[in-house]
Design a protein around this ligand. Structure first.
Ligand SMILES: O=P(O)(O)OC[C@H]1O[C@H](O)[C@H](O)[C@@H](O)[C@@H]1O
Length: 560
């Protein structure tokens, strides 16, 4: 067993897998897929979901060795420590308890000795009450009109998760029905173009602005909040802020200082990481305003179902654990640096951008949790697009260029089925034909011999050959309701945690985002003094000085 300061790469289990790579290099998925017993052992079912990882470059032996690696990494213990509220985010001295955000009312989850579930439900109850008031029109704006439109201001974790869930629910029949006549928009970027897009067509009289920021100090969010406060006060007077602006934050003192009534602030806690906060008021408030609390509660229940599975299922049958181990295998042993997330569902178009933050901000680290430099790479480059759009864009590279393990996510029952008279299949079957075909195209490829049999001319044979042996996994969801969206979210959140636990890093801090912010502060000061006092540029290198000079000389930004 590894001591807490040892690197996982020093363990026998890791070395064993390193050696095993040579065995796997001799295999081809074409052959591995002929072993029905192997394939059968690589199917997992839970709560309506079906995971098939038989197209990973892995044998039954590989999976056993990965499970040994999990043991060497003390994975089960680390999962328990997370659920027990220990301060596993050691560099910030915090618990990691996003699972408490979706726990049933009677659950007991402790942070620093205190059960946090009642606090969670206090906020959920407050959201339920508030969102019902807004939706029913009993809460009105400054001129007496109901607030039918919502702009949620936030960035990073205070934006991507809520946007993903909102996009996924937009076409769900139940959610669609309950959102009738309402709009939810997201303002994230500090680019004034994003402000212009968000307020376009909206009337401050009928708009509620929700400022979402864990810290309530994020530069982009606070300037956007001041910008929309100005938009409201210019139209309705300063007193309108109380009726038209509310906030979600862990920093209620700063919310009040900003001028938002503390009664209209929705709290969350430092044991919720920004990128893990969609199940807190960060997501639940805007989504409840749009869809009603009962729809959002189903989303929380779906996530909770996976939490319970993750906490209590033995590792060999535990979906997030297996997914995490396979990602470690692909990154650290097979050397594939990227992962493509390919939902065959337009409703999941914002899933990959959300997982990009969850995964890359969590696991893109250079040192172990004890601060030792890592002799191996962690994290992967996540990207993705819904199928079939990606197919007509970057799949060429995935089929004949670099090897990129792919996650295919499919839905059995469409949210919006269409079946035209006289067509061979329904529109959803047409979409899903690609979901079923692509993984085999990647795994099997096409040999020169096959091409010769098809009488393909000799000069084209190299171009039309597909090497195959490209790994993927398939996840099939029964439908895409709020509940399933919650399941999907929690599977990926926990998968990322598993990867971090095995690599022995802290997946819950993000010091790497700080440096750029500090340097931007220097630039901001310089821009201010150059524009207001004509101060010459100082303290920047040749490159930045040249670029800044060009920017200042050729732009005439409006000055207040
Ligand atoms: O919610 P906020 O405090 O405004 O933070 C928004 C975002 O800020 C930073 O960029 C962090 O890296 C993100 O993890 C966080 O989600």
């Amino acid at each position: 067993m590894a001591s807490s300061t040892a690197l996982i790469s020093d363990t026998e289990a890791w070395k064993d897998l390193k050696g095993h790579v040579e065995d796997i290099k001799k295999t081809h998925l074409r052959d591995l897929m002929t072993d029905a017993n192997r394939c059968q052992s690589m199917m997992m079912e839970f709560d309506g979901l079906l995971l098939d990882y038989s197209r990973q470059r892995a044998t039954v032996e590989t999976v056993d060795k990965l499970l040994n690696l999990a043991k060497a990494a003390q994975l089960t213990e680390k999962i328990s420590r997370m659920f027990n509220g220990e301060h596993i985010n050691s560099t910030e001295n915090r618990s990691v308890l996003h699972v408490a955000l979706r726990a049933p009312k009677d659950a007991v989850i402790k942070a620093d000795g205190k059960n946090v579930v009642p606090e969670v439900w206090n906020v959920l109850d407050k959201i339920k009450e508030f969102s019902e008031k807004i939706r029913s029109g009993s809460w009105v704006g400054a001129t007496g009109k109901p607030l039918k439109d919502v702009i949620a201001i936030g960035i990073g974790g205070s934006f991507l998760g809520p946007l993903f869930v909102h996009t996924a629910l937009q076409t769900d029949p139940e959610a669609l029905e309950s959102a009738k006549g309402r709009q939810l928009r997201f303002l994230a970027n500090i680019d004034p173009v994003d402000v212009a897009r968000n307020i376009n067509g909206l009337n401050p009289e009928t708009t509620l602005v929700v400022v979402v920021s864990k810290t309530f100090t994020t530069a982009e969010t606070m300037l956007n909040a001041r910008t929309l406060r100005e938009w409201i006060t210019a139209a309705l007077g300063a007193s309108a802020v109380a009726k038209h602006m509310v906030a979600v934050s862990t920093n209620l003192a700063l919310v009040e200082k900003f001028g938002i009534d503390p009664n209209n602030a929705f709290a969350f806690w430092d044991w919720v990481g920004g990128r893990y906060s969609v199940c807190s008021a960060v997501g639940v408030l805007p989504l409840s305003l749009q869809y009603g609390f009962s729809v959002v509660e189903k989303f929380l229940k779906g996530a909770s179902s996976i939490d319970q599975h993750f906490q209590s299922t033995p590792i060999e049958k535990n979906i997030p654990v297996l997914l995490g181990l396979l990602s470690v295998w692909n990154v650290s042993f097979l050397g594939y640096p990227a992962r493509a997330i390919l939902p065959h569902s337009q409703a999941l178009e914002k899933f990959a951008p959300h997982i990009q933050q969850v995964s890359m901000e969590s696991n893109g680290k250079g040192v172990s949790i004890d601060g030792l430099p890592l002799p191996f790479e962690t994290g992967e480059i996540d990207f993705g697009e819904p199928g079939t759009n990606g197919q007509h864009s970057f799949y060429q590279l995935i089929h004949q260029g670099r090897v990129i393990p792919c996650d295919f996510i499919g839905i059995v029952k469409s949210q919006q089925p269409v079946y035209l008279k006289g067509e061979v299949v329904s529109n959803h079957d047409e979409l899903m034909s690609n979901f079923f075909a692509q993984p085999d195209a990647l795994a099997y490829g096409k040999t020169p011999e096959q091409l010769q049999k098809e009488n393909v001319s000799e000069n084209l044979i190299p171009h039309k050959t597909f090497s195959g042996n490209r790994p993927s996994l398939s996840l099939l969801l029964p439908e895409l309701t709020a509940y399933n969206v919650g399941q999907l979210l929690a599977i990926y959140e926990h998968r990322v945690a598993v990867q971090g636990f095995v690599w022995g890093i802290n997946s819950f801090d993000q010091w790497g985002v700080e440096l750029g912010k500090v340097l931007a502060t220097h630039v901001r000061k310089q821009l201010h003094s150059s524009r207001t006092q004509g101060t010459t540029l100082e303290g920047f290198n040749y490159s930045t000085t040249t670029l800044l000079k060009r920017y200042l000389e050729t732009s005439s930004e409006p000055q207040m």
